[in-house]
Write a protein that binds this ligand. Sequence first.
Ligand SMILES: C[S@@+](CC[C@H](N)C(=O)[O-])C[C@H]1O[C@@H](n2cnc3c(N)ncnc32)[C@H](O)[C@@H]1O
Length: 232
Amino acid sequence: MPAAALWSEVLRVLKPGAYLVAAAAAKNCHQTAAALEAAGFEIRDILIWAYKMSFPGSQKLEGKWRSGLKTNHDPWIVARKPLEKGLTLRQNWEKWGTGGVLCGEAGQGTPWQSNIIHCEKPKKCDRNLGLHMLSPKLTGGKKATGHFGQAVQANDHPTVKPLALMRSLCRTFCPPGGVILDPFMGSGTTGMAAVADGYQFIGCELEHEHFVKACLRIDHAHLHAKTIPAAA
Ligand SMILES: C[S@@+](CC[C@H](N)C(=O)[O-])C[C@H]1O[C@@H](n2cnc3c(N)ncnc32)[C@H](O)[C@@H]1O
């Protein structure tokens, strides 16, 4: 898990008042929140990503007893870089365009954005979207089926996030036309969601194989934004 020293590099490059959403799990979200706070972020909320499909704790003990409950949510930490010193929230918003969340408007027929988002885990076609150009060398020759039935190389990243969820988060926490940073981009789901809605995107990834996948998938989203699933 990223330590405070790494989060302080993220803090350094964000605008004052910019939001950060860190994926976490029930077992470790307290450590993620503590590391973010130690780096200088303000903890603002816990966003629940709720899903139906999952399995109970893996170790079977006896009869109906196992090592853990079935998990149906991930608690993600919502934090914010402090506002510019001396500015009110409104002044910070006017100067930097940051500090607010897209919440909805009373009487406009859209529900307020809740801090619980229901979205199923990504299907194969979501995971593999944009990978039809990928060399079999990087995937061990695995193939799968894309949105339009074409053969694609499988995305074997272990923690791919749903495009619909990431699209919803980009829209909620970044003003239109803003820059979205994912310092741990894996196979590039955040980048795909970001460019599909016209945001600029900066991503970092340690593993070359994942980086290549991310670039291909983000290119795909850039060229074929209509193939990206709607926000959750
Ligand atoms: C949870 S995954 C992200 C998955 C991504 N959301 C997706 O949908 O594919 C985290 C990624 O961060 C990368 N990572 C870990 N430490 C890193 C670091 N210090 N700098 C850049 N990337 C790092 C890992 O290789 C991994 O692919």
